[in-house]
Design a protein around this ligand. Structure first.
Ligand SMILES: Nc1nc2c(ncn2[C@@H]2O[C@H](COP(=O)(O)OP(=O)(O)OP(=O)(O)O)[C@@H](O)[C@H]2O)c(=O)[nH]1
Ligand SMILES: [Mg+2]
Length: 404
């Protein structure tokens, strides 16, 4: 009698694993459409027999944990669909990974075949895996990171930066080596890194705002390096919000060009101005652009106060004087009012402007290994820790932050 290969390599055969009555479930473990290969987890009682109704392995060797089994996904519906090449990795009798093409069509076909056989599709990796919710959230965030900088922050959380802080804080409260007020203070410090957590899921938003014709669109083109915005020597050229995606020093950034803001605008222009102000209010950083001898001072101060009122919400404002080539003589009383003096036309001062953006971004970057809140659930729990009125309440919220 021939010995199955899996026994030769001393891998346990799946039948040797203890079985349970856990419900059948599947979950897409990788980001949809983000990679060439996708991994779908399948687990639960009789997962192996469900799998074998859809999957035809190229060899008939019995499943064993840790194998890499190549084969075809044929589905259970005897449809005319062409078989899909997949690799299956058995983890135990009740747990498998199905590696397929990363495109949405392949993923959806496999998930719907499994659903047709009574397998529950779970959207949340946490619900599927049962690990600390913090690690599952970090895994999800990591899937959506588009640059090495943001991935490094997500990986710190995946390696347990936030989880270890929670465990340590709970221990310190319990053995009274720290009062809960110390933990509350630390929660506040972690909350101050909220923006960096948001930038894992969306780009850092920079809005170019200012009066008409000062060179906002010209600056956008200079910053992103290609002609995204139309520029023209006439006020009101940009009527709507235009945005361009770029990467600055490894950070994903969206630069938004807005309509020139002025008081005496017609109805159409007014609409553009309202949108400009709304974009500015959602930006992380506003480049407030001006030019020498621009609009009347009253118009400027009105715009300044509108934008400054937004600064209360934590937005960063940098003032840029454009068209430095039109300054007859360097006038310190004028230029000292600005963070940067540039010429979008001739390129002067642009290196300093981009360096200023880089240092702003680097200022929000946390030290390696620091806990960072990456989803609103974590932010809410951290706020609850800060307002907790007793040690017991503080400890309870810490556990909710880890597991809820
Ligand atoms: N001399 C000089 N002209 C510039 C400079 N930057 C832009 N311009 C010119 O200023 C005019 C307006 O430029 P835009 O970039 O369209 O200005 P804008 O602020 O986007 O204007 P709106 O969209 O109408 O609000 C164009 O003729 C540009 O070529 C500069 O640094 N120096
Ligand atoms: Mg413009």
């Amino acid at each position: 009698m021939s010995v199955p290969k899996s026994q030769e390599t001393s891998k346990p055969l799946l039948g040797q694993f203890k079985t349970s009555s856990s419900p059948l479930a599947c979950c897409v473990l990788t980001g949809r459409g983000l990679g060439a290969v996708a991994v779908i987890g399948l687990k639960g009682a009789a997962a192996d027999s469900v799998l074998l109704r859809c999957f035809q392995p190229t060899s008939s060797v019995a499943f064993a944990a840790g194998q890499i089994r190549f084969g075809k996904w044929v589905g259970d519906d005897l449809s005319e669909l062409a078989p899909e090449s997949v690799v299956v990795t058995p983890l135990s009798a009740e747990s498998f990974e199905i590696h397929c093409h990363g495109g949405a069509a392949a993923i959806e076909r496999i998930v719907s075949d499994l659903q047709a056989l009574g397998v529950q599709h779970l959207e949340s990796v946490f619900d599927f895996g049962g690990q600390s919710r913090l690690i599952a959230e970090a895994n999800q965030a990591l899937m959506h990171c588009t640059t090495a900088r943001t991935a490094a922050v997500a990986m710190d959380q995946q390696r347990g930066a936030m989880l270890n802080w929670c465990l340590d804080a709970a221990r310190r409260i319990r053995d009274q080596s720290d009062s809960f007020a110390v933990v509350q203070k630390q929660a506040g410090q972690i909350l101050s890194r909220k923006l960096i957590g948001e930038v894992l899921n969306r780009p850092f938003r920079i809005a170019l705002c200012g009066p008409p014709n000062v060179g906002k669109s010209s600056l956008l083109n200079r910053i992103v390096g290609y002609e995204r915005s139309i520029i023209f020597d006439q006020a009101g050229t940009t009527r709507d919000v235009l945005s361009a995606a770029t990467v600055i020093d490894g950070w994903p950034v969206e630069v938004m060009d807005t309509a020139g803001i002025r008081e005496n605008a017609d109805a159409i222009e007014r609409e553009g101005i309202d949108r400009a102000l709304s974009v500015a209010s959602r930006a992380d950083l506003v480049l407030l652009v001006d030019q020498p001898c621009g609009d009347k001072d009253s118009d400027r101060s009105d715009l300044d106060s509108k934008i400054e009122s937004m600064q209360d919400r934590g937005m960063i404002i940098l003032r840029v004087l454009n068209k430095s080539d039109q300054l007859q003589i360097a006038d310190p009383s004028l230029t000292s009012r600005y963070d940067f003096v540039v010429s979008a036309l001739q390129g002067d001062g642009l290196d300093q402007l981009v360096s200023g953006l880089v240092s702003t971004l680097n200022n929000i970057q946390p030290d390696q290994g620091s806990p960072v809140p990456i989803v609103s659930r974590q932010i809410e729990h951290l706020r609850d820790i800060m307002t907790a009125e007793s040690k017991v309440e503080c400890e309870q919220v810490l556990f909710r932050l880890m597991n809820d």
